[in-house]
Structure formats: C-alpha cells, structure tokens
Design a protein around this ligand. Structure first.
Ligand code: ATP
Ligand code: MG
Length: 739
C-alpha cells in the first residue's frame, strides 16, 4: 500500500488520486479535507512527477501551513517539503513581490504596513483633509474595496456624493503608502495580482494550485488562484459552505459556483465521515446548523462513539463564568488522570474583547495560557521600539516607524518639533527622513526654527541610523537582523534606558528584548511561515535583480513580524498552555477540549452582526473544533452588553429549548471511566490507569461547583453574603480548597 494513502478512507483516496484537472472537495468539518489536501500534494509530487517548487498550496492561517508542512515533511521528506510554495495567500504574495516586484515598479525593500501603521496613516490623512469619517471605519471600507479589487478611481466612478469622502481618503492613503514604499496587508494581494496579470511568466513553472478553506476566499484571492494556475489550469480546492465565516471581510461563497462555471470540467468529491468529534458533540453541532433551512441537506456520519453530552452552563456573572471555567479545566485535567493536558484545551471567543476577564481569572489561578490572534509579544513597547528601529534601518521611508522612535529613548524632540518636521516634509513633498537630514545639514529649514537641543537630538538619531545602515551593508548574510539588534541596543544603551524609564520592571522588559534577539538569531525557526521558505525558483526568461543577503534577511524577518499573529518559537511547542482564541482564528483547527463562553444574544449573534446565518455558522465552526469535551456557558447578567435593563442576558436563539433539553447537560460531566476511555479512543492515546484517575480526585475543587445552581442562580453562603466573586486565588496551586 502506498504510504501516502495509508489511513485514508475510500472517498478520501478518490480525492487524493483523482486525475481530474479541476477538483472541488466539499465536505463538513472534521471529515479530513485538510488531511486529504495534504496527501494530494504528496501524491502529485510522487505520482505525477511535479517538482515541489512548481506546486502552490494556499492555507488560511499560519498555524495551518505549519501543520501541513510538518505532515508533508513526514510524507515526502524535508528536502522536498521546504521547496514547496506553501503558505497563506499573504506570505506567498509577498514572496512573489520580493522576487519580481521590480517588474511593476515596486522598490525591492518595500515595507509592510501593519494594521497599526495603517491606522496612523489614516489618522493623519483624515485630519489633513478635515474628513469626518472615523479611522476604523475608513480602514474597514478601504480594506473591503481592495478585497473586491476596487481602486480609488473605480470607486470614484460609481460612488454616490456622500461617499466621495471615502474616495478622497482612500486615494490619499494609497499615495501615502506609495510615498513611503509601503504595502498594507491587502496591497500584498492586490499588487501580486497586478504583477501576475502583467507578467504571467513569473508563474509559468506552476503545474498545479491547491487551496484550503476555499469557502472563505474573497474576490482578490479567487483571482489570484486563477492567476497562479493560468499556465495549465489545474486546481484542487477543499471547503465547506457551512463554515463560511468571513463574509464580513468580503469572502464570497459564490466563488464555488464561479469556479464551476469557469472550469466546466470541475469534478466534485464529497466526504461524509467525521473523524474529529464524539457523536454527541457532532449531533449537537449539526442540530445548530440545520436550523438554516436554506442550506442543502448533508450527510455526516460520526466515526466515534457517543462520549458525553456537551455542557451548557449558566452562571450568575461573567466573573463567575471565568471562575467556573478555571474549575472545569482543573477538573478535566485531574479527573482524566492526566489524559487531558492543558495544551489540549481551547477557549473560543466570539470577540477578542471577551478575553480580559478570562485572562485575569486564568492568571490568578495559575492556569498557563496563550492568546492567539493577539499580537501580545510584538505589541510590547520595548519590542515595538526595537522593531521600529529595524524597520527604519531597512527602509528609511517608513515614516510611521520613524515617528515612533524619534524620541525614544528621549532626545528632547518634542511635539512642536515633530509638527514642524512632518509639516515641512509634507510641504516639500519629500520623505520625512530626507527632510530631517536636510534640516540638520542646513539644506532646508523648518517654518519655525528648531531649538538647539532638538536639533542635537535629531543629529544623534540620524547618525545612529546611518551607522546601522552601514553595519547592514557589511553584514551580507542571514545574521543581519540579530547583528543589527545588538548594534542598535548597544548604541542606544538600551538596557540603561529601560532601567531609567521603567525602574519597576526593567528585568522583564530586558528579557523581552533578549527574546526578540533570540528570534532574530533563530530566523529560520522563528515566527510565522515566511522564515521557512526557500527562495522561489529561477524562471527562464525572467531577469533577476541583484540582492543583498543581509538586506533580504532583514526584510524577511520584518515581514515575519508583520504577518505574525503570535510569537511562538519552533521547538518550544507551546507546551502545556491553554489556547485562548477568537472563533475566526480557530478555523480548521481542533482541540480535545473546547470552551465557548458568552453564548448569549448580543454576543452571538453579535449585536452588530449583519448576517444572522453567518453568526450561526460561527457557532457551528466553534462547536465542531471540539473532539471530546465541549463546554458552552453564559453569564445571566452582563452589564452594558446584556439586553435587559438590569443587564440580564438571554441564551442565544441558536440553542433552542428543544436542543438544550436533548443535546446538553446543565453541569460539568462527571467523568466516569467509560467516558474517559472514550476520550482516550478519540485522541488515540493510551487509556489512563484507574490509579491515575483516582490519584488526583482528592485535590479536585469540585465543591466550588455547588456555589451555583444548575440554572445559574447563586446559592447563599452561611452568612447570606454570597457573591459571585469566588476568589480565583482559591483555585491557585495544586490543591485548591475552599477557605
Ligand atoms: P475542517 O473543516 O474543520 O477544516 P477538515 O475536513 O479539514 O476539517 P481535518 O482537519 O483534515 O478535517 O481532519 C480532522 C481530523 O480527522 C484530523 O485529526 C485528522 O487526522 C482526522 N482524520 C481525517 N481523515 C481520517 C481518516 N481517514 N482516518 C482517521 N482519522 C482521520
Ligand atoms: Mg481543514
């Protein structure tokens, strides 16, 4: 038996081996779409003789592309795997633009504007134009236009009078980006599309294109897929219309149909067995999605046994809810005799803002966790500062990065000076950096003369950056990011500065700086998936630009930082941490134990949601991430967010009374041996021994559960004073007891 087909069912094998040039694999969650897609990549390489550098494979998240690479390394070997063009649309497009962007007039060392940069640029523009639109609204609108391939000019032609403001802001925004040779996230896709339309020869080697999570592609990604595959129109996509949850970001579910019309020879394969979840979890999720009567009926057979019913728990308040989660996590780990580990657990949120309370409770109770979709590490002030230094060294046109560091550490450059400088640069129509240099060299002057001290500050900044640029030129290899970081921190006496500025937590801040250096040092195994890629293949007839290895390493490192949603070093396999993530970022992933808090009306469906069905699909996606244990919960009161005048909440309408009665239990599961064995079977892990299971029983904080009735009512304490505020410190340590 071919090892690639080993462990696949018949329908999956059909999909893997299909000789159809255009293939759509449409199937529900957990049916092995991603597994099948991965096997198909391996199969095409080994049976169709494709070279890895001629295969493009698009995933939806960085985590998914990493997992796919891991599986492929096992199937085809690391040498071949590392040459595949595999990653998110954004990272693949960036690679093409770095290599061939010069063909469409893009400066080689273009920088990437992250979402904060975009907002800063928009803020300035809106102020300058006296526009009334809000920064965030403008950002969202511009992004949506880009996703649909609408340029400012195209928008101007069809915009109504009241929308002209958006056109102006959009146009000025693009000009500002261009002035500083920056691309925002959307531009990476848009400009790559431009490149491939004008120079299809850049992808003339590509034999086949594969796309995961196709239901959430937007117009621009759909176009890119077709452009990638222009040479011989061989495409495989996998997807599930029931999991389309990015409509709010212009994902187009119609792309499935459009694709069938464009490629009339499209074959469709359906997969119908679920390998992920226990039958009870699967049934409850199916009951949710089937409330949408407009969708075609589908079959989805569980392959696992029933397991234990999902939990739906009502708690008096959001604090109590967080405390309850702490409790259930501790119970799940203890009761299963260690079969379930912290890293097996995920908390999935409708909105990221729900995380604060949970993070606090976890922090106090000593539950290790990591936030996905937050950029915590790179958002830390000291890390951000140093990254901004690198961005300026890599690319002095990066005005926002420059403004960010202009007075850090303090150089006596105040707001007035900055106003003079930005105003002057705007007026002279030169980059801020050029203007500053001209001013200190006496070639230009600001409207009001600068103070002596400020001028000296600017001089020292320019000197420092110039020296670092020189250093970069001398360092023509992959060590450049790290060498530069050391050079910059030394020149700034950065540790002394931290000591002066943050005497209370200088230690931990300096530790972050060391961590950043570690990541730079370890570029090949650092954040994101950009680092793992080899260079794109050389293509005959397409000229290459000379490049400097140090500059390239630096730009790659910075792209990694810009595209990363979390900082995790390879090897440090995120051990023993609970994952807290938005539902959106959890797409395609799975965990043995899943918590979905805040399932009340207004949270899900979200009060500002435009499409109710999409909210239902979100809940469906969240529930179908769970393999063995699923916990839903809601606080009965949520001031400001609840609907009632007193902040009281109502259960989400997606959980009908009938569904709740038939498919859920109101309290945490009493995990009996039978259930624990079922979990072990689903996870394909050895069954824990009875000793293991009973060993931790005594330390279980189960009594805490008695503080609330199944209906979420508070039970009164002896003195009648019971508040929800169970001190989470009660739960800290290995042997939590009530005081
Ligand atoms: P989603 O829609 O959520 O992205 P998916 O259809 O992509 O789900 P996968 O992630 O590929 O599903 O697979 C779900 C789980 O089922 C994985 O743990 C995978 O290893 C397992 N699996 C898939 N096919 C089989 C099979 N034939 N035998 C055993 N396990 C399988
Ligand atoms: Mg998948």
């Amino acid at each position: 038996m071919d090892p690639i087909l080993d462990g696949l069912n018949l329908a999956q094998r059909d999909a893997v081996t299909s000789s159809a040039p255009v293939l759509q694999v449409l199937a529900p969650p957990g049916s092995g779409k991603t597994k099948t897609l991965t096997a198909r990549v391996a199969y095409l390489l080994s049976h169709h003789g494709y070279l890895p550098q001629d295969v493009i494979c698009c995933t939806f998240t960085i985590k998914a592309s990493r997992e796919m690479r891991e599986r492929l390394a096992k199937l085809i070997g690391e040498r071949l795997e590392s040459r595949l063009i595999l990653g998110t649309f954004h990272s693949i497009c960036r690679r093409y633009l770095v290599k061939y962007g010069y063909l469409i007039g893009l400066r080689k060392g273009f920088g990437i504007a992250d979402s904060d940069d975009s907002r800063a640029i928009l803020r300035r523009i809106i102020k300058r134009l006296n526009a009334t639109i809000e920064v965030k609204t403008a950002q969202g609108k511009i992004s949506r236009h880009k996703a649909q391939g609408i340029t400012p000019d195209a928008l101007a032609e069809r915009a109504k009078a009241e929308e002209m403001e958006v056109v102006d802001v959009y146009r000025a925004y693009q000009a500002a980006l261009a002035d500083s040779s920056l691309l925002d996230y959307d531009d990476l896709l848009v400009r790559c599309g431009d490149l491939l339309r004008e120079h299809p020869e850049c992808v003339s080697n590509v034999q086949t294109v594969l796309v995961d999570e196709f239901q959430d592609t937007n117009t621009i990604q759909y176009d890119l897929m077709n452009l990638f595959a222009a040479q011989n129109r061989r495409i495989t996509i996998v997807g599930d219309p029931d999991q389309s949850i990015y409509g709010f970001r212009s994902a187009e579910i119609q792309n499935l149909r459009r694709m069938q019309r464009r490629y009339p020879n499209t074959s469709i394969v359906l997969l119908e067995s679920n390998y992920r979840s226990s039958a009870s979890i699967l049934k409850s999720a199916q009951d949710v999605i089937e409330q949408d009567t407009t969708r075609p009926a589908k079959t989805l057979q569980p392959t696992h046994s029933f397991g234990t019913l999902p939990v739906l728990r009502k708690l008096p308040t959001a604090n109590a809810e967080a405390t309850w989660m702490v409790l259930e996590i501790k119970r799940a780990v203890a009761m299963t005799g260690g079969l379930v580990r912290m890293s097996d657990i995920a908390v999935l949120l409708r909105s990221a803002s729900l995380s604060t309370r949970i993070e606090t409770a976890f922090g106090r109770a000593g539950i290790p966790y990591k936030m996905v979709g937050g950029r915590k590490f790179f958002d830390r002030t000291e890390v951000k500062t140093l990254v901004n230094y690198l961005r300026v060294v890599s690319h002095t046109g990066h005005a926002d990065a420059l403004l960010n560091i202009i007075n850090v550490p303090p150089r006596r450059i105040g707001d007035e000076t900055i106003k003079q400088l930005t105003g002057g640069a705007d007026k002279a129509q030169v980059p801020l950096w050029t203007f500053i240099k001209d001013v200190i060299q006496g070639r230009r002057s600001t409207e009001k003369k600068l103070q002596k001290a400020a001028e000296q500050g600017l001089c020292s900044l320019v000197k420092l950056i110039e020296a670092a640029k020189q250093k970069l030129q001398e360092c023509a290899d992959a060590s450049a990011p790290c060498v530069l970081l050391e050079h910059i921190t030394d020149s700034l006496s950065f540790q002394d500065y931290l000591m002066r500025a943050y005497p209370l937590d200088e230690d931990s801040r300096w530790a972050n700086v060391r961590e950043l250096m570690g990541q730079a040092n370890d570029a090949a195994a650092s954040v994101g998936d950009v680092a793992q890629e080899e260079d794109l293949p050389e293509i005959e007839g397409v000229e290459q630009e000379q490049s400097h290895a140090g500059e390239e390493a630096l730009s790659k490192f910075l792209a990694n930082v810009a595209l990363a949603t979390e900082a995790t070093k390879e090897g440090e396999t995120e051990t023993e941490k609970v994952t807290i993530s938005t539902i959106h970022a959890a797409k395609g992933l799975e965990w043995p134990v899943v918590f979905i808090p805040a399932v009340y009306n207004g949270s899900i469906p979200h009060s500002r949601a435009e499409v109710i069905d999409e909210e239902r699909r979100l809940l469906y996606v969240a529930m179908t991430r769970a393999q063995a244990l699923l916990y839903l919960s809601l606080p009965l009161r949520q001031p400001r967010l609840g609907e009632g005048e007193d902040g009281s909440t109502t259960l989400t309408p997606f959980l009908t009374p009938k569904l709740v009665k038939e498919r859920f239990r109101p309290k945490g599961p009493q995990l009996q041996e039978k259930v624990i064995y079922a979990i072990a079977d689903i996870l394909r892990r050895p069954r824990p021994t009875a000793d293991d299971m009973y060993k931790d029983l005594n330390s279980l904080p189960s009594t805490l559960d008695d503080r609330w009735t199944a209906e979420g009512e508070e039970k009164k304490d002896e003195d009648g004073q019971w508040k929800d505020a169970v001190d989470p410190n009660d739960l800290a340590g290995s042997n939590p007891k009530r005081r």
